[in-house]
Design a binder for this molecule. Structure first.
Ligand SMILES: Nc1ncnc2c1ncn2[C@@H]1O[C@H](COP(=O)(O)OP(=O)(O)OP(=O)(O)O)[C@@H](O)[C@H]1O
Length: 795
């Protein structure tokens, strides 16, 4: 088998997508051997039938009787099958069947191509028929030679075309067979005759005893083709080894051996289309292999057993589900119709949509009524309905109706549980899904913080801001694994977000030197914001190196192991910065806070840092133009004045809300009225307890270190206050004998501020001289040994 493989390559015989026997190796062995043995058994039965057929004739009808014995070597079955195939069938041509069955077994065992086998069967059967007719023609009496079929066809043919016709028909059959099967042409016959003539001549002059036919390779093949056709041999690849002989002695006279005809080889030449593989770059290859070996990188692996908080930690409210108060609806409708008719505004139709806190009455005014007229009547309608928080939307965008929102007498609480359990939230594919609450049509409102990409929340005190923040954080806790999102919490009021301390090592991020993860001190806020800016710059660098446009692409690439952790790449969690009481921060820190916030707001969306800023005082000096420009997504709870509403929403509306979580949400265009989901402190406590009690990371997520400018600029710097890099800086300066901050920046890869501070400290330590304008400072220590001594003396 191994030897034969290269030969098949010589004459490629593979066919495109040839259907093969779809058997397993074991099945092939079993089925193949079955066929081989069946072929042998058939042969034995047929062969023995030649001698025992007559004797067993009478026993055939007594097949069921065990007393009656048969002489066939395969007993009753052998006698019966042989009788069927030879006597009743094709005569001795039936031997070919045993050969075909045997050959099929060999094909299955050796897993050779089924297409070739099919050809053998096709031509084999034709030859069986032809031979059976031929033998029947010559031997009409003995039906063993031609069988009943050969005999019957013969008599039929002779009845119609006579003996001559039949013999010519047989000859025609033979020629057709040779021409089609072995691609033999008329020239081939002429060549054979010519060669044969030459042979006879050479034979006469040759004293050799054996009859040899000197043929060239080509011709021998043709001759073989004809001979093999007569031999009805079951030739296949297995006869190939014999072909080696003529090749080794090409000029020697050759004996005509039965070999596989070249003609057949040619007919088997099939085109093999090689699939050109897509070129894969090396890193991809490696990445694919890594993914194959280890699977995709799983960021959650470190806390693989982490359990997401369960729904039963959230409270279920009895009064959930909207109850329709028919009287209230009717009353409000009448009042609206009445008020409008007082002002001569006719209504064509009115429709009510009942939400959790407000009901929207959509009216279609009579033709010819000016919308502005209705808008101007807002206060009058509110007065006649004697209700707080009436909002008129004229017209409702995309609907062509006018909406009047009227608060329900009994508001329904939208529980956090109901929105978290909603299909919309549970099946959301968003990166940072937030279930804010329910819309006026009682649908759960889910938004993606990653798409917002930052959120500004404002509202007067006690209107539901803190609850809103908790709802946002709770949503993320229910949907995101600790490895996927980190919170930076700024809580100047010190009490609102303290509960989240429990999940510090799971979900919070903090500065390396700080004790508490939740930032309550204003100076620390500045450091944290600047640190986030450094984190942002670092992340941009990573994204640039990884050639990704955003964090989602980057993380996907990292998960697919296409980024090398040794080059600093790592899975990047989303960072959500939550600042409560932003006004307080701006009042105390002003520009120092505004600048990094604005920078983050402008740039951080792509690298997964998202800001949520809440404020009580939505005045223009708090929500400045630069902040507003970068916070397209805004939530307004109830505010006290129209001006405040304009500051947040760029329009009125927030002043007409009813409080207690009633809010307006905008993402730049439409205003959507939502009832914020209510999550109470005990619920948050339960959730944080649940998460906090589970295995956590060793520490909170570390933000990059930020060294504030305020630390140590005076010359009498305490030795203990020195920068960590003080000694390295001294070595750099003394080695280069050049006291410049830019040298330190370059060598130690520092920012300008830190390098400047180091130079100040070096000056205080007497290593460099005082500032000399544009010139570099003088270095007072000549070499490193002197530096060592100098520093030792200091201590
Ligand atoms: N979505 C809501 N559903 C029902 N009631 C709410 C909702 N949000 C807030 N409330 C009610 O309003 C009260 C005040 O809410 P919250 O503490 O969130 O106000 P706040 O705006 O944060 O006030 P402050 O700015 O003074 O902290 C809550 O105790 C609660 O009773």
């Amino acid at each position: 088998m191994a030897k034969r493989k290269p030969k098949t390559r010589k004459a490629p015989t593979k066919r495109l997508k040839m259907p093969s026997l779809k058997l397993s190796s074991q099945q092939k062995l079993v089925f193949g051997s079955f066929l081989v043995i069946s072929g042998l058994l058939l042969f034995i039965a047929f062969f023995s039938f030649l001698f025992t057929g007559d004797a067993d004739q009478s026993a055939l009808s007594e097949f069921a009787s065990r007393e009656i014995k048969t002489k066939n070597w395969l007993s009753k079955s052998g006698a019966w099958i042989s009788h069927f195939f030879i006597q009743q069938g094709f005569g001795i041509a039936a031997f070919i069947f045993s050969g075909l069955v045997f050959l099929s077994g060999v094909y299955v065992l050796m897993d050779l191509k089924a297409s070739k086998l099919r050809k053998h069967w096709f031509w084999g059967i034709l030859i069986v028929i032809w031979l059976s007719i031929l033998l029947g023609f010559f031997n009409e009496q003995n039906d063993i030679l031609g069988g009943v079929i050969g005999f019957e066809i013969n008599t039929f043919l002779q009845d119609y075309i006579g003996k001559t016709g039949t013999s010519l028909l047989l000859l025609f059959g033979l020629i057709t067979y040779l021409a089609l099967r072995f691609k033999i042409t008329f020239e081939t016959f002429i060549n054979i005759f010519k060669k044969a003539k030459r042979n006879i001549k050479s034979e006469l002059s040759d004293t050799s005893e054996d009859v040899f036919v000197p043929l060239d390779n080509n011709l021998s093949d043709e001759a073989e083709a004809i001979k093999s056709a007569f031999d009805i041999s079951l030739e296949d690849d297995s006869s190939e080894p014999l072909k080696e002989e003529p090749k080794s002695k090409p000029n020697q006279p050759l004996e005509v051996n039965i070999t596989k005809p070249e003609a057949e080889e040619e007919s088997e030449i099939e085109i093999k289309v090689e699939q050109v593989k897509e070129e894969v770059s090396e890193t991809d290859n490696l990445a694919n292999k890594l993914v194959e070996d280890f699977g995709q990188f799983d960021p959650t692996l470190e806390l693989a057993k982490y359990q997401f908080p369960t729904l039963d930690l959230l409270k279920k409210y009895d009064a959930e589900g909207i109850k329709i108060n028919q009287d209230e609806l009717e009353e409000n409708k009448n009042k609206i119709v009445e008020t409008l008719s007082n002002y001569k505004i006719g209504i064509a139709s009115i429709k009510a949509t009942i939400g959790p806190t407000v009901t929207l009455y959509e009216i279609v005014p009579d033709a010819g009524i000016r919308i502005s007229k209705i808008k101007n009547l807002e206060d009058d309608i509110a007065l006649s309905l004697s209700a707080l928080g009436i909002r008129i939307i004229a017209p409702i965008p995309g609907k062509g109706t006018i909406g009047i929102e009227v608060p329900n007498k009994n508001a329904t609480i939208v529980s956090m549980r109901s929105v978290i359990a909603s299909k919309k939230f549970q099946s959301s594919e968003m990166q940072l899904p937030i279930a804010l609450g329910k819309t006026i049509s009682n649908e759960t409102f889910v938004v993606d913080l990653a798409k917002m990409p930052h959120l500004l929340m404002a509202g007067a005190t006690g209107q539901g801001k803190s609850v809103g923040l908790n709802a946002v954080l709770t949503s993320l806790l229910y949907k995101k694994h600790p490895a996927e999102v980190k919170f930076v919490l700024v809580d100047p009021k010190k009490v609102e977000l303290t509960l989240f301390n429990k999940i510090e090592r799971h979900y919070l991020a903090k500065l390396p030197d700080s004790e508490d993860a939740i930032i309550t001190d204003n100076t620390k806020v500045i450091n944290t914001l600047n640190s986030l800016c450094i984190e942002m710059d670092n992340r941009y660098e990573l994204l640039k190196n990884a050639m990704c446009r955003n964090i989602a692409e980057y993380n996907a690439k990292f998960k697919a192991r296409k980024l090398n952790p040794n080059e600093g790449h790592q899975f990047l969690p989303y960072i959500v910065l939550v600042v409560d009481e932003f006004a307080d921060l701006i009042m105390t820190a002003g520009k120092e806070v505004e600048t990094p916030i604005a920078r983050l707001a402008q740039l951080a969306r792509a690298i997964g840092i998202h800001l949520i800023i809440a404020t009580q005082r939505p005045s223009v000096n708090v929500i400045t133009g630069i902040i507003k420009a970068n916070f397209p997504a805004r939530i307004a709870f109830r505010v006290t004045s129209k001006i405040d509403s304009r500051t947040i929403l760029d329009g009125a509306g927030a002043d007409q809300l009813i409080g207690r979580g009633d809010m307006l949400y905008t993402q730049g265009n439409d205003l959507i009225r939502i009832q914020c989901a209510f999550v109470d402190t005990p619920e948050v406590e339960k959730i944080t307890d649940y998460i906090g009690s589970q295995k956590a990371y060793p520490d909170a997520y570390m933000l990059p270190e930020y060294v504030g400018e305020e630390s140590g600029t005076s010359l009498d710097i305490d030795i203990s206050d020195r920068d960590k890099l003080f000694k390295d800086a001294a070595i750099v300066i003394v080695t280069a004998q050049q006291g410049s901050a830019s040298l330190l920046q370059r060598k130690l890869k520092l920012g300008y501020n830190r390098a400047g501070r180091l130079i100040d400290q070096l000056e205080a330590a007497g290593i460099v001289g005082p500032f000399e304008g544009s010139k570099a400072r003088q270095v007072l220590i000549p070499d490193l040994i002197a530096l060592d001594q100098h520093l030792e003396n200091e201590i």
